[in-house]
Design a protein around this ligand. Structure first.
Ligand code: ZN
Ligand code: ZN
Length: 342
């Protein structure tokens, strides 16, 4: 099931060069989004547990998918302000130049109150046959009454405790990236338990509006299950609604370098022969010989301001290892750029 496939050509992408001080950060950044280019080692397919919510509390942020390509800020204001005071968050807004009309085909609406989210959902068509998806008609200059998918987030879906009253050990915790936006904590726990066993807890990372950012954490009760998950690295999740390749890495803590024990160790080598934290100097020194130069560095994402973790259950800080929310709803197709060893 977990046959290890040599990375071959693909691995060279992540190789760090001891003569280039920036190569570690570059490789770590690239690896963060490796789910888009790496092959899964195993596939989980099945039906996720149905979401049952009694009187749910929603995040004030909702995702709108499939918006008309020529929609404008005022067009969206016109369509949604009847539900309450709101703002639009355009894709790529982190930068200085918001790209709109949104080529990506999606935007976020930020309401001031979650009551607005509830009234919006009541005004939506609710397609129970297709997993309870919500649609709302939006018009633009060129498109009349286009059905736009509205994806709210129930805040209770951010955490799932499978076995209460158990200590959550950060060293038995994995970071899971490239999550599908509709995957909640219970679903994530379900998948990881099926594949690796002994899940204690699953959490979905959220932004300051408590909306998912496309990553999460899973804590196991045994080291064996943890290592099985780390070794799997990339798992394809197939449900009747979506297929998405998720990425599993060790959950990183603030740590000093395990070599010199002096400097902070922001780089983690996930190769099993290392499996420890390094400072930049020690990484370069240790990985300069041929036999280990292909090792891939992991790094935590420093953008803690935008990634307030919804739970500190793992006892770790709030910065997340990745945030790839833009693609978290898309069904990424599998690119095969690593040559397979047959
Ligand atoms: Zn060091
Ligand atoms: Zn290494």
């Amino acid at each position: 099931m977990f046959a290890s496939r040599p990375w071959n050509a693909l691995s060279t992408l992540f190789t760090t060069n001891s003569n280039d001080p920036h190569s570690i950060d570059r490789a770590a950044k690239l690896y963060r989004n490796a789910a888009t280019i790496c092959e899964p080692t195993c596939t989980w397919s099945g039906q996720l547990p149905p979401k049952v919510h009694k009187n749910p509390s929603y995040s004030c942020k909702v995702f709108l998918g499939g918006v008309p390509w020529d929609i404008t800020e005022s067009g969206l204001q016109y369509a949604f302000r009847t539900f309450g005071a709101m703002k639009i968050e355009w894709p790529g807004k982190e930068g200085k130049h918001p790209r709109y009309p949104p080529k990506a085909g999606y935007v976020y609406v930020l309401f001031e109150s979650d009551k607005s989210v509830k009234s919006l959902l009541q005004a939506c068509t609710h397609d129970f046959s297709n997993g309870g998806e919500y649609y709302y008609k939006v018009s633009s200059r060129r498109m009349r009454s286009k059905e736009v998918q509205v994806i709210p987030w129930v805040m209770g879906d951010s955490n799932f405790v499978k076995q209460p009253a158990q200590r959550l050990d950060p060293q038995k915790t994995v970071f899971v990236g490239a999550l599908h936006g509709m995957m909640n904590a219970e679903g994530l726990a379900h998948i990881m338990h099926d594949l690796f066993g002994n899940v204690l807890y699953a959490g979905i990372d959220t932004d300051k509006h408590k909306y998912p950012i496309g990553s999460g954490r899973v804590t196991f009760s045994t080291h064996k299950s943890y290592m099985k998950a780390v070794n799997a690295a990339f798992v394809e999740v197939k449900t009747p609604k979506f297929t998405k390749k998720i990425q599993i890495d060790p959950y990183l803590e603030d740590s000093t370098c395990s070599m010199c024990n002096v400097q902070p160790g922001p780089y983690f080598c996930r190769d099993l022969s290392c499996f420890r934290y390094y400072c930049k100097t020690c990484w370069q020194w240790f990985h300069s010989s041929d036999g280990v130069s292909y090792h891939k560095p992991l790094m935590r994402n420093g953008r803690s301001s935008s990634t307030t973790s919804s739970s500190s259950a793992t006892g770790a800080g709030s910065s997340s290892q990745t945030s790839n929310s833009a693609s978290s709803f898309s069904d990424t197709s599998t690119l095969n750029c690593g040559s397979r060893a047959e």
